[in-house]
Write a protein that binds this ligand. Sequence first.
Ligand code: NAP
Length: 350
Amino acid sequence: MFVRLHFGVVQTQRPSWTTMEYTQIGGTRVSRIGLGTWAIGGFEWGAVQERESIDTCRAIFEHGINCIDTAFIYGDGHAERVVGKAMAEHGRREDFYIATKGGLLRHKGNVVTDGRPASIQQEIEDSLRRLQVEYIDLYQLHWPDPQTLIAQTANAMREAFESGKVRALGVSNCSAQQMEEFRAVAPLHANQPPINLFERAAEQTTVPYCRQHGIAVLAWSALCRSLLTGKIQPNQSFPQNDIRSADPKFQPPRLAQYVAAVEALDQYAKEHYGKRVLHLALRWLLDQPGVSVALWGAKRPEQLATVAEIFGWKLTADDRKAIDQIVQEKIKDPVGPEYLRPGLRERAAV
Ligand code: NAP
């Protein structure tokens, strides 16, 4: 589209999505921002409206996003059904890059791992049905199952890959050793660890392995479960049906340390780039060596409104040092996302 400016100058006016960056996963073009649908599942982030959730999944194209990350466990199939409805309304399945996950089930209200081959095979069939598709772009093992050899799980996933039901394979929350075991029996295209400005363990553990072996990295909780949006108050509390009520980062007195860090980062973003902490956090993540995609959990279309603010600029080495210093100075009592680790299934019960 061309716009005629004063002085007769003609300039190309680009819609915001032209600024999106893309990567490749298993030979397919994928946006470096992916919509995360945990909240859309409706179980752990308070109530959501289905219409709004579908609209959010369809709003991605306004921002150049084609990637949606979902999972059975996000609302026990609800998030996948919502994504399926969004794709059906949109009409062109091939416009979407759908990453879903299996290997976590709910038993007596608790999330437990199940990587047994028969369970994974059934889960893939169920995901295809809920998503209303003939293939899944990326199928990921959500969490390693300590009660099943990872090679057995990988074998079931390889069969789905070879049959064409799944076009690429991934793992999540796996160690380098577990990825090595997976790769002994199946191709591995992607890994999904937690990485954000406040949760950086994967930088030292699994990301180097992924870089060495050409495995894409999809970083989960890019906004540290909303902390890095800048909207959380030091004394904020959350209802019981909101995962943040159980997140140790969101409990006083520790929450005040995180909020102080967010305020200082926001100030830095404003002073140096005219941006806000949300943009700084996502730019930081996308500039991390080895990170392919940042997963951004949005519940409503307007939460994605400022995607374009993340692109067209880079942090310098000095910025990165200053950011590290702010985080170290403000957060004296850091804690990771380990509280999210699922339980074991009772051997006889599931
Ligand atoms: P996140 O992206 O770090 O934060 C999501 C929350 O941030 C939203 O629910 C919303 O909170 C808030 N938010 C988002 N955009 C906003 C905006 N523009 N303005 C104000 N608030 C905004 O959280 P996440 O859902 O934990 O992580 C993202 C995705 O990573 C998930 O959806 C999922 O796909 C993936 N994930 C994977 C794993 C795994 O084990 N593989 C684990 C966790 C997450 P409100 O609810 O307050 O509106």
